[in-house]
Design a protein around this ligand. Sequence first.
Ligand code: GLC
Ligand code: MG
Length: 542
Amino acid sequence: MPSPSEWWRSAVIYQIYPRSFADSDGDGMGDLPGITSRLSDLRDLGVDAVWLSPFYLSPQHDAGYDVADYRTVDPRFGDLGDADKMIAEARSLGLRVIVDLVPNHTSNEHEWFRAALAAAPGSPERERYVFRDGRGEDGSEPPNTWLSVFGGPAWERLPDGQWYLHLFDVSQPDLNWGNPEVRDEFVAILRFWLDRGVDGFRVDVAHGLIKDAELADWEWGGDVILGGLTPEGAPPPPMWDQEGVHEIYQQWREVLNAYEGDRILVAEAWVQPAERLARYVRPDEMHQAFNFEYLVTPWGADPLRQVIDRTSGANATVGAPTTWVLSNHDVMRHASRLGFSDGKDHRNGIGVDDPQPDAPLGLRRARAASLQMLGLPGSAYLYQGEELGLPEHTTMPDDFREDPTFERSGHTEVGRDGCRVPIPWEADSPSFGFGPADASWLPQPAAWAEYALDRQRGIPGSTYELYRSALRLRRERSLGHGTLSWLDTPAEVLAFRNGDLLVLTNFGDAPAELPLGVRVLLSSEPLTEDGRVPRDVTVWAA
Ligand code: GLC
Ligand code: MG
């Protein structure tokens, strides 16, 4: 039975990227015991829940989003006992746990795919995936023109002549969701983790499971970061946002509803416009869907006001909250993304030879953006390290890159490694306290010492203390459950009320006035001497 609390409507959920959060054994790879040992730090920060990116058995060709066994923990991260301990520790700290579910594709090392390769064309084993004969006289051309999100063709040919579909890496064959066996298996996987006590699932590529029955040609690639957002001028994509996905989530919702507690589904669906995305969070489907439209909106009063209105308006028509997000493991960290004033989106990542972001500007705006986001009604996701003001690693030598995008795009896309670097906890320890050894699977920039948690905890004005204060006030004032009303302001100022709280951001050069008589509770940077709000600053006042 759904509980009346509906915690997820207002929750702040912290994304843990297991490879890069905390390493317990010094192998340079984060792990579950590391996470368990650091959960109390997240309780202190003041979040309600954690979401963990995949920690299941995987050859790690896409950092664990290529799952070989959905019921086994990868030995790099620990074992099932470690997962149980992590869940139990979270519960005892009052934190909920959301795990990642990857239903669009398996790893090519999954037993089903191995069986499919060993079986003949037309066999039931191949029916679990999307196998087709090729085109052309000898079938040597792919079955259609689809491109992989990571670059290159979306089809791979086998020695027996058949092709299989992979919307992502060649090691990630797409499952056939028209096959009831696939549906049954994922219901069983949901139950496996629900029985272990998880509070929900973040559903990877939720808009991709069903493909157009004809597999009609479509040659526009989605790039990694905006995977699934239709490029301008392209017809509707036959692989994204098909009507058939919704009955899958309706079935899953019934599975979750049969469990006690308030278990949730959150969609990773790069779908536009907002009305289409809202269909994923209708009352009998998922609970949340990441608001990526907000994430990609350029820094400015007008575009932000529009996107906030448009997306919350669309969700309101189905009774769903909005799920705000500024960073995750697929996009450039917002402390760097906002550090460009060139009007470009830099969505392909930043390499050492590319123009570099203005770090102080990026941090200043990131703090203002986060304070604005945390003042909005609804739920919000934080990505590990953003509470430290951590920037992207934008000067990583190419030799270290692991994101399959880099190779598959012929090095034209830098990829996502820059936001996945192990985070700094202690300025003066090996690997900045990420683990006991001086080992880290991606290199940490030397400058990251200054971002370490132990340099910021208890320091007034630090980014960490800014987040902590915001989360405390957000809870005290039930901001997540509030309602938003806009204030009349000059064009370069954005201001709204959420209950008694005033949230004001100044995007313009001229310092902005606060209404008379309000008391400033929190500010992303110091105000001017006469109490006005400088450029790129957000203030909470009441
Ligand atoms: C999602 C994940 C991303 C992964 C892709 C393929 O977009 O967030 O990291 O590469 O799906 O599973
Ligand atoms: Mg380790």
